[in-house]
Design a protein. Structure first.
Length: 133
């Protein structure tokens, strides 16, 4: 693929997975770092998310776990909680994944991630979460 085709392919995948939230990220980079914006679209979505080895649902679970583990990535976590819902994860599954992360990432990071998820769920009218024991 040409660089432009890679970008267009990435844009299509980003829209499928992240929807308008991903587009806002790209738009917010336009006046400060269009190069970073292009890499997010062309490389992260056009190449990495396009790989056939994992379905989008599984990629989002991995991404939620990694962003939780990193800590300090709450804005990106918000994008990916939305994306996880867009690709078919249920709120209870997201909550369970974040609860599971407490054992490996620590309770403070699991709490931060869960509060991000709560914000996204509230915005999407998904509270209270069923089966969130």
């Amino acid at each position: 693929m040409t660089p432009e085709e890679q970008y267009e392919h990435g844009l299509m995948i980003m829209r499928q997975i992240d929807g308008e939230v991903g587009q806002r990220v790209v738009d917010n980079l336009a006046d400060i770092s269009p190069g970073l914006s292009r890499q997010v679209v062309a490389w992260a979505f056009g190449e990495m998310y396009a790989r056939p080895g994992l379905p989008p649902r599984d990629r989002q679970l991995v991404t939620l776990g990694m962003l939780t583990a990193l800590g300090g990535a709450e804005p990106q976590l918000e994008v990916h909680v939305n994306a996880a819902l867009n690709v078919g994860l249920k709120p209870a599954e997201i909550v369970e994944a974040l609860l599971h992360s407490a054992a490996y990432c620590g309770i403070p990071r699991a709490l931060n991630a869960t509060f991000v998820a709560k914000k996204v769920f509230a915005e999407r009218g998904l509270l209270p979460v069923a089966d969130a024991n």
